[in-house]
Design a protein. Sequence first.
Length: 266
Amino acid sequence: MWENAWQLFVAIYSNPTVEGISIALLMGAIWLAVFRMPLGKQPSLWIFLAVGAVLFIPTVLFLQTPLQAISYQFFSQILSREAWRSQLLLAQIPGMLISGFVQEGMKLVPVLIYRKRRQPLSEGQALLTGAAVGAGFGIFEAAWLFYQNFRMGFSWNNIQFEGWLGILFFVERFIAIAFHISATAVLSYYWNKNKGGRAYLIIALFHSILNYGAVLAIAQVFTTIETEVYIAVLSAILIGMALWLRWHERPSEPAAELPPESGAPA
């Protein structure tokens, strides 16, 4: 388990794909523009973007994956192979819960460190900080998955052959980046309002339910199209919430929500 994780870790950094990185960065740039991230006026947000990207590998490969492996081993010991397959929808629930709670918890860590050092934070400041961390995490995740996709032989000829079905994976990643931005932004916003425990529980559970769509597809409960619709609809709920929090006016706050001289987590 650990050896496989380490090999994948090395492969990611030793064999990056220019196509995957470029597409992921372009997708991220679009969503950063939609969220009106003031990266030029507030350079410290670049640091949070970088921190979010750096967090992805340790979160997924060295924390989430081992915990999921433990949960799968537990079910495999108490269920026969036939029972495991027949109870797939039930057996995969712990793994999906782990994915949501681990990822949302780890993305929140830089925000908590920053909040402790820079209290008090305005609502907009907390929202932007969380959005930047989520953006870095989501962009790196997209680049990582694109790397695997291209490594397995995907080429642009696939799109010509499969038509619009060939771009579904890219559409899903585009939405996933916005989901990561939104989830961390909303969680940071409510944590800053001292409602963090409940917000974390709801958003992490929501994330887990979203990831459960992959299980529904594997179990053939959903078709490929239905799975993408499931993911898109659930993501749209949280994205819409985050955008509303970002766009609605806050008369009580100063215009400059995050001064350029503000520091970043050590």
